[in-house]
Ligand binder design. Structure first.
Ligand SMILES: [Zn+2]
Ligand SMILES: [Zn+2]
Ligand SMILES: [Zn+2]
Length: 664
């Protein structure tokens, strides 16, 4: 009979006395001889693995380590290894008052990082140069990463990844079929052959196997297709005229044995709004159907390369007690692997900060990330990277939406949409007006799966929970975050602001009991152009739900603006405000002046205030309610604009009045 859950102990400490054994006397009190075992803080995962492995996190004082000289005379040889790695990768660490984090795993590599602003996010990995000859038994080796992304070794890695996906019958999610006449890109770049020139061709609805590029445009516009340059581009594009990044994309396409490449700036006529809108609306299928998407993750613009050199690992000489010499290695490490809890891999680089690139990543069936340290491959089923070349069936970003859709659970699709919007809202746009277009490819997938109507970033079928987005906990430094100068989206949509947002994620019990408190009476969304999921020129919803009048007060406390709500008969509730707020006067229908609250614009002076607002209960959980705070609209008399969200005990909103409200 298995042990009851409560009695299982997933983590236990190793017995320090027995593991340390006779060598305890010679153990360095600073670094524990870089051995994960035998320390009072050693932990051992006894449940999860067949072979229990120890791990140890040490937090060392940089000032104390600074005194270690890089010679072994009289000092601990393991501390010397640490300082040599620190000297090589963290300039000016010596003498600084920071902490050195050392993570040691049995048969694994040692990870080093420093707590301190200038080194934030930097990590270094120390490992054995050879798996068959490790300098001490607990240290593991690491996979060799080729020194150039354009090396034969790297191309062989890519071929293995793609073939592994295409040929594996278990990769059912990766087998995508689409009607080429509808979804094929209108144009492709023929990457040429020895005698044939590089040129752009019209696909005329025929199916082609092609590679797509996802890249940062940067401030300098790369070679683009325009009405005037178009004729020339269809005849011959000299290789030397292409920016380095596009040259690399052509080399990769040829190396993978393909003939066609899709690059937005060359395959969409940039000065034709009509062309741009029709092709942008096909974005989802263009990336989904590409043989593989090249993600130029580390390139900040077209003049950077993706087939570039990687920083070589350094050698750290090491001599054991019997004077045997070994070579240790150390290299830059980024924490990029997907985890077993469903968090996908996290490539880092300028491209991962760009709004447009998120859907190019999430919609592709196969993606190859060219990061500054290594290549990472994701498909809808598995993950590999050059430091972990064996295939892992782990969560990937391309799998996020297909997996939610395949589950046939509406909740799973809405949760996937929320995760996407959360990620998307942290990214930057060059053109502020692209906020809705740059996510419209993903929206088209969600619409197809749910048949729900799209309301400028929200879904009719999940309206209550979509309305409850919140600006990510404001920090004192963004204390005066303002509304946009020009109207872009209705205030009830997250797309009305340029700020990271989050959604409340109920736990399983709450999900069972939560329910919407509102009904949608009507809605209007007027798209500006051809893309029904793109920019809007007007949008509003009429909701029926329980409302209560309240007083909102704005106070400047400890360097930040705080807004509290007082609903009759209850104590004050702090709201999550969308941005800084101001008190404003309006003329009512009865021609009387009354006060309300609005989102503050950049040029408005902020001051403390108290003014009436309206609270709308949006959803009810087991023991609390969530709602939005509204002020009277300036643009549309009688309509309401969102100011923030609130959560309160069920008791707080006992005396509500059912009302129909127009939200803009
Ligand atoms: Zn030591
Ligand atoms: Zn696959
Ligand atoms: Zn890796």
């Amino acid at each position: 009979m298995p042990l009851p859950k409560s009695l299982r102990r997933p983590v236990r400490r190793t017995s320090s006395a027995s593991a340390a054994g006779t060598s305890r006397r010679r153990r360095c009190r600073t670094c524990n001889n870089l051995d994960p075992r035998g320390h009072t803080n050693s932990i051992q995962d006894a449940e999860a693995l067949k072979e229990p492995k120890a791990s140890l996190n040490l937090v060392l004082d940089a000032l104390a380590l600074s005194n270690v000289k890089p010679t072994t005379n009289g000092t601990c040889r393991f501390c010397v290894v640490l300082v040599q790695a620190l000297d090589a990768f963290f300039s000016e660490w010596r003498g600084s008052r920071c902490r050195v984090n050392v993570n040691i795993k049995e048969k694994g590599t040692i990870k080093l990082s420093l707590d301190g602003g200038q080194w934030a996010g930097q990590m270094v990995e120390i490992y054995a140069g050879s798996a068959s000859r490790t300098p001490w038994p607990t240290l593991g080796a690491a996979h060799h990463i080729p020194v150039n992304a354009g090396s034969d070794e790297s191309f062989n890695f890519i071929r293995r990844c793609i073939q592994g996906c295409l040929a594996n019958p278990k990769h059912t999610a990766c087998k995508v079929t689409c009607e080429p006449s509808v979804s094929a890109p209108k144009r492709l770049i023929d990457v040429g052959r020895s005698t044939k020139p590089i040129r752009i061709l019209e696909t005329q609805g025929k199916a082609f196997q092609y590679i797509a590029l996802s890249h940062c445009w940067g401030s300098a516009t790369p070679l683009t297709a325009t009405k005037s340059s178009w004729a020339k581009l269809t005849v011959n594009i000299p290789f030397g005229d292409l920016p380095p990044l596009f040259q690399d994309a052509i080399i990769i396409t040829r190396q993978l044995g393909l003939r066609y490449l899709w690059i937005d700036s060359l395959c969409i006529i940039q000065d034709s709004i009509r062309d741009w809108e029709t092709e942008a609306a096909k974005m989802a299928s263009i990336y989904q159907n590409s043989y593989v998407t090249i993600s130029a993750t580390s390139a900040s613009n077209g003049s950077a390369k993706c087939l570039s050199d990687r920083q070589k690992p350094i050698k750290i000489p090491y001599e054991n007690t019997t004077k045997k010499e070994f070579a240790l290695r150390a290299r830059v490490y980024s924490n990029h692997h997907p985890d077993a809890n469903g968090k996908p891999a996290t490539p880092t680089g300028p491209l991962t900060l760009r709004a447009w690139a998120l859907q190019e990543h999430a919609l592709s069936t196969r993606v190859l990330h060219y990061t500054s340290t290594e290549l990472m491959f994701e498909c809808r089923t598995s993950y590999r990277c050059e430091c972990m070349p064996e295939r892992k069936t782990r969560a990937t970003t391309p799998a996020l939406i297909p997996r939610a859709v395949a589950s046939k659970q509406a909740d799973a699709v809405w949760a996937a949409w929320h995760r996407i919007v959360e990620q998307y809202s942290t990214r930057a746009l060059t053109m502020p007006g692209d906020k809705l277009p740059a996510i419209s490819g993903i929206a088209s997938k969600i619409r197809k799966a749910t048949h729900s109507d799209y309301l400028a970033g929200l879904w009719k079928s999940n309206l209550a929970f979509d309305l409850l987005w919140q600006r990510t906990v404001p920090t004192p430094s963004d204390g005066d975050f303002h509304a946009l100068e020009t109207w872009r989206a209705p205030s009830f949509s997250w797309s009305s602001l340029d700020a990271p947002v989050t959604y409340y994620t109920p736990d399983d019990d709450e999900r069972e009991t939560c329910r919407s408190s509102i009904t949608l009476v009507s809605s209007t969304v007027i798209p500006t152009g051809l893309n029904a999921l793109g920019t809007v020129s007007d949008a509003s919803v009429t909701l029926r739900g329980p409302t209560a009048t309240a007083t909102l007060s704005g106070r400047y406390i400890r360097g930040a603006w705080e807004y509290t709500l007082t609903i009759k008969g209850t104590s004050a509730i702090q709201i999550a405000h969308d941005c800084c707020l101001v008190k404003a006067g309006v003329i009512s229908d009865a021609n009387e002046e009354q006060w309300t609250v609005r989102r503050a614009k950049q040029n408005q002076t902020l001051s403390e205030f108290e003014a009436p607002v309206l609270c709308l209960e949006v959803a009810r959980y087991d023991d609390f309610i969530s709602g939005i705070v509204l002020g009277l609209s300036e643009q549309k008399p009688g309509a309401w604009e969102r100011l923030g969200t609130f959560a309160a005990e069920t008791e707080s909103l006992r005396h509500t009045k059912e009302k129909d409200l127009v939200l803009v």
